[in-house]
Design a binder for this molecule. Structure first.
Ligand code: SF4
Length: 273
């Protein structure tokens, strides 16, 4: 056989063998292993999201100032994502509770873990103390309105417990919701609970000792500042309780509520006898 004849036989035979060779295929098991080894798909995380979108104005449809009813305002606030990080980490937007025609409105700083879980402000230990203060005034939680400057719980590092103070820019971003809430409820007076609530409402960073016990103004509504109930849980002295109570007596007088002699004496030496 000549060399050319040998090539004529060998080349087609080799081509046929090559085409019959089995193509590599991945078994189901090997695909599972591959998928397990692959890093998880990126998902939005609270830590990666920016804190607030200060430059991003609210779309007109959810501009709080344009909303005419408390119900619609609440519906819009529940969908708010102006603070992407808080919107990722929150369980609930804590809008506020109480009488939509309340004459007295309490404003705290932000929801804590219990409030985030239940979607209602002041439901933890500090909230229970606030409920007692309201009862001592002769009112119930249903008579007043209770809200916060910040409506979503400030996010915490993964695995950590407790609450953190809201940042000034977070409170400023959320404030339009509260401003409209106050306009729609129309309380005769406001009580800011703690220095952070005062800062969120007015920008003032004056110490509590200087600002409590006298009337301030929030956009035309009289504003009293007093200690946050959580402060009273940490400091159980009669003198500190009396300071808060004196602030509440001023509020009762402002609202022309009847004040009994017994109420006037709460947390004084006379009441301890
Ligand atoms: S904190 Fe206020 S402004 Fe920020 S996402 Fe929550 S509701 Fe919206």
């Amino acid at each position: 056989m000549s060399f050319q004849s040998a090539l004529d036989v060998a080349v087609p035979a080799l081509a046929a063998m090559k085409s019959r060779r089995k193509k590599p295929s991945a078994s189901a098991r090997s695909l599972e292993r591959l998928a397990a080894a692959r890093p998880p798909a990126a998902r939005p995380s609270a830590a990666a999201a920016p804190s607030v979108v200060a430059e991003d104005p609210l779309p007109p449809a959810v501009d709080p100032s344009s909303i005419a009813s408390l119900y619609d305002l609440r519906t819009a606030a529940l969908a708010c994502r102006r603070c992407p990080r808080l919107a990722c980490s929150r369980t609930n937007v804590v809008f506020g509770v109480g009488n939509p025609r309340a004459e007295l409105m309490f404003v705290g700083e932000a929801p804590g873990a219990d409030e985030d879980e239940q979607g209602e402000p002041f439901v933890g230990r500090a909230g229970q103390l606030l409920t007692k203060i309201i009862a001592a005034m002769g009112l119930s939680r249903d008579d007043v309105y209770i809200g916060n400057v910040l409506k979503c719980r400030p996010d915490m590092p993964e695995g950590s417990t407790g609450n953190r103070k809201p940042r000034a820019e977070e409170m400023a971003t959320c404030l339009p919701w509260l401003v409209r809430q106050i306009e729609l409820i129309g309380p005769k007076c406001l009580v800011a609970l703690g220095a952070t609530a005062l800062e969120g409402l007015t920008g003032s960073v004056e110490p509590m000792g200087k600002v409590r016990g006298r009337w301030l103004d929030f956009r035309g509504t009289p504003l009293m500042v007093t200690y946050h109930p959580a402060y009273l849980l940490r400091n159980q002295s009669i003198s500190e309780k009396r300071k808060v109570w004196e602030d509440m007596l001023l509020v009762m007088e402002k609202l022309a509520m009847p004040v009994t002699e017994r109420q006037r004496q709460f947390f004084t030496s006379a009441s301890q006898q």
